[in-house]
Design a protein around this ligand. Structure first.
Ligand SMILES: [Zn+2]
Length: 255
């Protein structure tokens, strides 16, 4: 806690004045551009690696950047993630939702281990809210991973996006750069697009192409960020060589 208190003092000296100016600038007319779902991992600092600022994004975080599928709820108002979607996309009319996964995700590493039935047993779930959360909301990602496993990690997977008819194909880590848990993390990130689209209160916006869902993936040990390109059917490194093409794709399909 002393680190935090010292940090607050540093913020007062170096950052506060500038931030208050930014608060005043957006005060009467904040126009956030994205609802950004990511993991609670302490290494993930989305406003830093996207260089976004006051008023730019709603950020929602949980273990494993999971948006529970609406099938888990009697109605759609029973948990944080759909409430955040409503606040962002309906109340504030935000038109872009981003799900950002990352490498070496401790929640996803645990999800990978949950393939072991003893590890995932009812008794173990009872003593571990994290296991229970993953078993309830992330097994669809694990099932997709197992589909990939039987093809020796080479065949593409099919995911559903904004509507049941808007499916997309994804080659997961075709250069085989990442370990199995990271492949699962990429699959889990893409699986959330379907989960987001399961909410009835977003249906019209999604059908009319007024609301778009994107996937990003952050490689913690290199600091590189990948954008899932539906054109390229894979996560593409966002860098000088790919930037213009990605920008065109985003403008063409999602503006
Ligand atoms: Zn994580």
């Amino acid at each position: 806690m002393d680190k935090l208190l010292k940090g607050i003092m540093k913020y007062r000296c170096n950052v506060k004045e500038q931030m208050v100016k930014q608060f005043l600038q957006v005060k009467d007319n904040p126009t956030p551009k994205a609802v950004f779902f990511t993991c609670i991992d302490s290494r993930m600092i989305p406003t830093r690696f996207t260089q976004t600022n006051v008023g730019d994004m709603f950020v929602v975080r949980n273990a494993g950047n999971i948006i529970p599928h609406s099938q888990h709820f009697m109605d759609e108002l029973t948990t944080n993630e759909p409430a955040a979607l409503e606040l962002g996309c309906v109340v504030n009319d935000i038109r872009h939702i981003i799900v950002c996964g990352h490498s070496d995700c401790k929640a996803i590493n645990l999800l990978y281990k949950l393939q072991d039935s003893e590890f995932a047993s009812q008794d173990n779930r009872r003593i571990s809210p994290l296991r229970a959360w993953l078993c309830t909301h992330a097994l669809s990602s694990l099932e997709k991973f197992q589909q990939l496993e039987v093809t020796d990690y080479t065949k593409p997977l099919v995911f559903q996006a904004e509507t049941p008819l808007r499916k997309f194909v994804a080659y997961i880590d075709p250069d085989n750069k990442f370990n199995l848990e990271d492949k699962l993390s990429q699959i889990n990130t893409l699986q959330q697009l379907q989960n987001i689209a399961s909410y009835g209160f977003l249906k019209k916006r999604l059908e009319k192409h007024e609301l778009h869902i994107h996937a990003l993936w952050f490689d913690i040990y290199t600091g590189e960020i990948y954008y899932f390109s539906r054109g390229a059917k894979r996560f593409v490194l966002v860098e000088e060589d790919s930037f213009e093409k990605l920008l065109q794709e985003v403008k063409k399909y999602y503006s």
